[in-house]
Design a protein around this ligand. Structure first.
Ligand SMILES: Nc1ncnc2c1ncn2[C@@H]1O[C@H](COP(=O)(O)OP(=O)(O)OP(=O)(O)O)[C@@H](O)[C@H]1O
Ligand SMILES: [Mg+2]
Length: 244
């Protein structure tokens, strides 16, 4: 379980996250939804340690990540895999080098071992013989797969996805969703996905956290979400074209 407790984040004096409290359930697919600009990416970046909150704490299965010493922080970082909004591969590195990157950072494995594991990870997301290509030579859907292969190469306990299927056609978007479900179940990860795609929420979410103007506005399971009377949540769901 990941717990976010009383998290505040400011940029240039503007409050972007306001006293967020939320829990992300162990071994489940937790989805963070909310309008563009509501604070989903900032929350995710606070959770994985890319941003430091002005106040508050993040706990990973009871371990205080925010106030952890260097050793514990590194340990928790190693247990995290992340797919950034837009994929965020290193353009100047090949596919193989991209996927091997976390292994270089966090393990003592030699090149052959790293290469072997990275190729296995690429095969897991159904990519074959693309090791020597550069990201620019791949389609958007393939780039997402490479980003997923990189995120799972370390066998993470916690997997974060920021808008994993944005910019993809509806069919490829569903293929990526299904791949994420398969991997999350296979690796038994605690999974956190930012999205504004209500279709993904309907098909994947086990727990939903709704962010509205930088505040945790609602949280609960998907069935409760679909029955909720929370006005802003209802507006969000209806605006996505979903009719209950
Ligand atoms: N590095 C930054 N510096 C200053 N302001 C920022 C920074 N990152 C985000 N913000 C602001 O924080 C707010 C929340 O942004 P965030 O990217 O978290 O939204 P989001 O919910 O992920 O939106 P989207 O669905 O479009 O990805 C926005 O007002 C944004 O302008
Ligand atoms: Mg975002």
């Amino acid at each position: 379980m990941i717990e976010v407790k009383n998290v505040w984040k400011y940029f240039n004096g503007n409050v972007v996250l306001q006293d967020i409290n939320a829990t992300f359930e162990k071994g489940k697919i937790n989805m963070v939804i909310g309008k563009s600009g509501s604070g989903k990416t900032v929350l995710l970046k606070c959770m994985v340690g890319l941003y430091t909150p002005e106040q508050g704490n993040i706990f990973y299965d009871g371990r205080d990540f925010t106030n952890a010493n260097r050793k514990t922080k590194k340990q928790i970082r190693q247990e995290i895999g992340m797919v950034f909004q837009g994929g965020a591969l290193f353009d100047s590195l090949t596919v193989l080098e991209n996927v091997m990157f976390p292994l270089e950072m966090f393990t003592e494995l030699n090149y052959e071992q790293r290469r072997h594991i990275a190729i296995k990870s690429l095969n897991r997301v159904n990519l074959y013989n693309v090791e020597d290509k550069y990201p620019a030579e791949l389609s958007g859907g393939m780039r997402k797969r490479v980003a997923i292969a990189r995120a799972i190469v370390n066998k993470p306990k916690y997997l974060f996805f920021d808008e994993p299927n944005s910019g993809l056609d509806p069919i490829t978007a569903r293929v990526i969703d299904n791949l994420i479900i398969e991997i999350a179940k296979e690796y038994q990860t605690t999974t956190i996905i930012n999205t504004h795609d209500i279709q993904s929420v309907i098909s994947m979410a086990e727990k939903v956290v709704f962010i509205h103007n930088g505040q945790k506005w609602w949280e609960g399971d998907k069935d409760k979400m679909l029955k909720s009377e929370n006005a802003e949540l209802l507006d969000f769901i209806k605006a996505s074209g979903y009719i209950r």
